[in-house]
Design a protein around this ligand. Sequence first.
Ligand SMILES: [Zn+2]
Length: 295
Amino acid sequence: MLGPRCHNSLLASLLAGKRRPLISTIRLLTAALLVLAGVGLVGCASTTERGAVGGDRKQLLLISSEQMEQLSAQSYAKLQADASKQGALNSDPALTQRVRAIAARIEPQTAVFRRDAPSWKWEVNVISSDELNAFCMPGGKIVFYSGLIKQLNLSDSEIAVVMGHEITHALREHSREQVSQAIAAQTAINVGAALLGLGGDSAALTNTAYEALIATKFSRVDESEADRIGLELTARAGYDPRAGITLWQKMLKASSGSRPPEFLSTHPAEANRIQQIESLLPTVMPLYEAARRGG
Ligand SMILES: [Zn+2]
């Protein structure tokens, strides 16, 4: 999924579909239902405000936030249950407390980008695993894998940078946008059908949700937004945004080993990533200093 494609491409693809004699009736019906379901609650808009770093790119949004959040809540519950069975859910209480304290400082700052976010049902859990990974599912469901923090020996500010980045994917609803783009391209009709409760088996839905919410490969545009907005959130929460540079240096070092970290395989480390953070420091350092002064 590359870049912003914000136009009425679902209608366009429907019209194109009518000219193709082989398109199946079910497919067309599903797409038509998606259009109906979409009336009034979807379209082309930005999920977030500008902030200081500019975070208001227009997005194609064909399904509702509520639909994504429902999938997210189900997937998150399953993830916790699986980890719990393995004794891996918050098995290091000090680490969990540390990560939750950082989240608690960042969460109120999300109001800069969207006013509804501070009152989301935020959840923060740590799973004991060697995986170098973290994510935030739609609606503020955060997971950190202990390996990321312990193996890279992350400081609180570096954890905050990762968290700000991951939270931004949720604020910007990148998963919702990606599913919308897939629906528009008619490659995710099953997802659309499942979201609308048109049947399909639940195992397939679980897989789809996993792909859409956890194993999502975000686009370069999404990653760049997550870095930018995430850095502002970090600074506003009173964490040193310069930690973004040391974080990515650690990530790059870890990726030169035999097994690249999971976090990097879903978050491609372009050479210009550290450069972008450096170029944003003049914008976000004053926010950090103001947050420090304000206590
Ligand atoms: Zn990312």
